[in-house]
Design a protein around this ligand. Structure first.
Ligand code: ADP
Ligand code: MG
Length: 396
């Protein structure tokens, strides 16, 4: 592995953009490595497109620097940046053929006929559209147009390719196919990709690393596994996948690796205490629905299992899985189960049944201490249980 500064091939260094006094991008720093797929993932309106427009040179930052291979390009115009962008709406020229669309950038750059022809042919090969070269965009499908847009953006070998929600206009099946296609194309060309999306599954499946963005700021940068398994904030935990939050206070240390959490109204639970949170601190425990399971019988409290008594309030059949909503005191916990795995007697759990919700202490992830932001999230993520927020407040 390369280390330190060698890692930053393309760098947004403290970049900000204000509109009408509001910082829609607020001192964002990301360091993108050469050849990686780096995603910027965040909800609609969090500033992703604005950030990308600055990276491309279409918008000027109010503060910060943009650095490509050690060179400050903050004031370099878009057409001289070696950075290309693919937009959601493809922006192909409708009156030109596929071939001409791909060739366009090379013609503008004054390349010779032979070079243009061989580059375009190579791109047609890459996107597997050789037999459609003479068609105009109106005569090909959405997925094919997207591939032409990719070819057009790659043909002049940019240092960085920016993709702004490139699959948003496609239906689910096509989106899944295009994700595989993008992955393959990236493998073949090795260009540095910066991929912007609000769709966590797209980011998870495609990226080497993900930056999670919220209200103009980066909340966390990490691999898909790090972002999912070790979220730094409750925003990240709730935005990437589903989760349950439980708020408690550190009340003891039965073991050097674990702490005991006192949760008002629910009891005491073991949690892996990798952050060495001291006694008396309020913490939020993130419990992924797929890491919880239901049982009729109380388990032996062996080892590091936790359990809460609850009542099944809702069951949603999802085909390959079933989602349960279980009322546990002031909390309503979502539990996602593979069918038939959990019941010793194989009778399905029904509405209104009393059950035990169990999880391994290592599967609860302790977030930093409880904040007002958590309270807002608790209210949002647990819509039907307004009391959950109050519960958190008690624990604060
Ligand atoms: P995203 O791409 O994450 O959905 P955007 O970067 O498009 O977010 O927008 C972030 C915020 O900045 C939004 O509130 C948007 O309304 C605002 N915004 C974006 N561009 C402009 C502009 N040119 N003038 C004023 N406000 C803008
Ligand atoms: Mg956008």
């Amino acid at each position: 592995m390369r280390g330190g500064e060698m890692d930053a091939y393309f760098c947004l260094d403290g970049v900000s953009k204000r509109y009408g006094g509001l910082a829609v991008v607020d001192a964002v720093t990301v360091e993108v490595r050469r050849g990686e797929v780096f995603s910027i993932l965040g909800p609609s309106g969090c500033g992703k497109t604005t950030l990308l427009r600055m990276a491309a040179g279409f918008a000027e930052p109010d503060g910060g620097r943009i650095v490509l291979e050690g060179e400050d390009i903050t004031r370099v115009p878009p057409n001289r940046r070696r950075i290309n962008t693919i937009f959601q709406n493809y922006a192909l020229f409708p009156h030109m053929t596929v071939w001409e669309n791909i060739a366009f950038g090379l013609k503008v750059a004054g390349k010779g006929r032979a070079e243009i022809a061989s580059s375009v042919e190579a791109m047609l090969e890459l996107i597997d559209l050789r037999e459609h070269a003479k068609k105009k965009p109106g005569a090909i499908s959405g997925g094919q147009k997207q591939r032409v847009a990719i070819a057009r953006a790659l043909v002049n070998r940019p240092a960085v390719l920016l993709l702004d929600e490139p699959l948003a206009a496609l239906d689910l099946k096509l989106r899944q196919r295009m994700l595989l296609e993008l992955d393959r194309i990236h493998d073949e060309v090795g260009t540095t990709f910066i991929y912007v999306t609000h769709d966590q599954s797209e980011a998870m499946s495609l990226s080497d690393r993900i930056a999670v963005m919220n209200e103009g700021r980066i909340e966390q940068v990490g691999s898909p596994v790090e972002i999912y398994e070790a979220p730094r904030s409750s925003f990240v935990a709730a935005f990437i996948g589903d989760t349950n939050f439980i708020c408690g206070e550190v009340s003891g240390f039965p073991d050097k690796d674990y702490c005991e959490l006192e949760v008002a109204g629910l009891g005491r639970f073991l949690a892996y205490n990798d952050k060495k949170v001291p006694r008396g601190e309020s913490v939020t425990l993130s419990l992924r629905p797929e890491k919880l399971f239901l049982e009729r019988e109380r388990g032996a409290r062996e080892g590091v299992m936790n359990e809460i008594r609850g009542r099944v309030e809702e069951i949603i059949y999802l085909g390959s899985q079933t989602r349960y909503w279980v009322r546990c005191g002031e909390y309503r916990l979502g539990v996602l189960m593979q069918h038939g795995r959990f019941l010793l007697d194989q009778r399905p759990v029904t509405w209104g049944e009393e059950v035990w919700v169990r999880w391994h202490a290592d599967d609860g992830y302790m977030l930093q201490s409880y904040t007002e932001a958590d309270e807002a999230l608790l209210t949002v993520s647990d819509v039907e249980s307004g009391e959950a927020a109050e519960e958190g407040h008690d624990a604060d």
